[in-house]
Ligand binder design. Structure first.
Ligand SMILES: [Zn+2]
Length: 190
């Protein structure tokens, strides 16, 4: 049995009028070969495919947000954000690029807690609002925010929909993975 491959010299399905090989195929190859750091900077160009949060996040004072974007090569760019709503803002964050569908599907389960979809603008409001609140009290986001910020489109205004801290004041809760060094590393240097 021979599988017939699509002709690379056919007109590109995107309607550009160019040959597929030199149009979308070339763009896909470029994305597949791109460095994750280069791709993440272009995050806003790729459509959101998934945006989820842990259920009951408002009660626990901690939000786990997971955002995925579809790349042109049928793979994904995603980032996770652990958001301390009471004090530190984005406490931990990470991303990965060119992730296949199966691997992406397995990701939210790693939260170890039930999740639900959340509107992207609401997710932005939580993440960017928490950073603003933390900043007012002298805390900077996790170092990886330098990269993961691009998935949240930080330069665009967000609607302030949520409140942070406890009665407007920061409340630092020491978690099982925290120590004082970690806490100090997050203080803004003056
Ligand atoms: Zn094309």
């Amino acid at each position: 049995m021979t599988l017939s491959k699509p002709d690379p010299y056919r007109p590109c399905p995107c309607g550009s009028g160019r040959k597929y090989k030199f149009c979308c195929h070339a763009k896909q190859q470029l994305v597949s070969n791109a460095h994750p750091l280069a791709l993440v900077k272009e995050a806003a160009h790729y459509p959101i495919s998934q945006c989820v949060i842990n259920q009951h996040w408002q009660q626990g004072g901690m939000a786990n947000i997971f955002i995925a974007r579809q790349l042109p090569n049928a793979k994904f760019l995603f980032a996770g954000y652990l958001v301390d709503l009471l004090c530190l803002g984005v406490k931990d964050t990470f991303f990965n690029a060119n992730v296949p569908q199966a691997e992406l599907d397995a990701m939210p389960a790693r939260f170890g807690m039930p999740i639900e979809p959340i509107d992207f603008e609401d997710a932005r409001s939580i993440i960017l609002g928490s950073i603003e609140f933390a900043d007012q009290h002298g805390f900077v986001p996790h170092a990886n925010w330098q990269q993961t910020q691009y998935l949240v489109e930080p330069d665009r205004p967000f609607e302030p929909k949520f409140t942070f801290g406890k009665h407007g004041k920061p409340l630092f809760i020491v978690g099982p993975d925290d120590d004082i060094t970690n806490f100090k590393s997050r203080l803004k240097l003056k």
